[in-house]
Design a protein around this ligand. Sequence first.
Ligand code: SF4
Length: 345
Amino acid sequence: MGQLALFNINRISKTALLNDINDYDKVLISVSGGKDSLALTLKAIEMGVDRSKIELFHQSVDGRHDTQQAFFDWPSTEGYVRRIAQALGVKLSWQWRDGGIKKEMYRENALTGDVFYQAEGSDDIVCLPTTKGTLSTRRKFPAKVASLSQRWCSSTAKIDPARRTITAREDLKGTNERPMKLCWLTGERRQESAARAKYDEIPEHPANSKARIVHWWRAIIDEDEQSVWTRLEKHRIRPHPVYYFFPRLSCRCCIFFGKNHWKSLKDISPEAFELVEQTERDLGFKIDQRFTVSELAAMGKSSVRERTMHHIPKIVSEWTDDVILAPGEQWELPAAAFGEGGGSI
Ligand code: SF4
């Protein structure tokens, strides 16, 4: 039963949030295509959230269309996310930074790039020009630390484009008398890292205003990895094939990769690996600081096995398969599930 008075505050208790989940005008879910964000979406559906209110937000970390600079994203991920939205019958929209993480990495005496957004199925692309900040030079990889200001890839390519889109979209805005009520769901889990273990379950969202109330809920924060996979199995979701080789569907060359991940990437996508090697030479800077990615890969052990090699073409090309298993098809836990590392902390 809804308690509308509770929407007049920026922060909300979990009990009130759960009681009121269908009183939100929209439920926006940040979806990377990875298992946690899918489990989060399935949890919202299981809770009875009206699917017509759900919109998946996906941030394309390399940019899109003519602003795209292919580097960090797996070529299969956007198509996979599109199929997930179609299969679940929910809306989908894209957000990105001009040139993505690569352009920001090479930025020289310039502002951070503009932000764009687009609804799936629409030709309209909206640009949100970046006018604040100072002209400055980056020319380095994001730092391998938990702090989002130094590990700027997440904030530049994901968090900020999503926040600016929520703030800018007229259809996500009400009036001072009747603010738009949004629930923003993200899929971090405490089990993933020491930094995430300390996250608030219901933090304050920076897009709150008089005409827009946004309640942010990390709705699976206390779930473990087993329960995430169990939810995917229950709904017969075909996991992204990256999980046959990496424990996380992170960027394909995530700054947090260890030696085994780099060796695996070199085997799965030599072109992507060469891009990282070239960038280390261009910038005169190593992702790992101590070793080059070539040295790390030489020390690492690949996760590619003969029995899983057939998944590689699916990862490195545009995704076109169904994401719900066909009747009679057996759901399978991917080989690298429950592995260590390989994604943001
Ligand atoms: S997955 Fe890794 S490289 Fe990509 S944004 Fe997150 S921390 Fe950065």
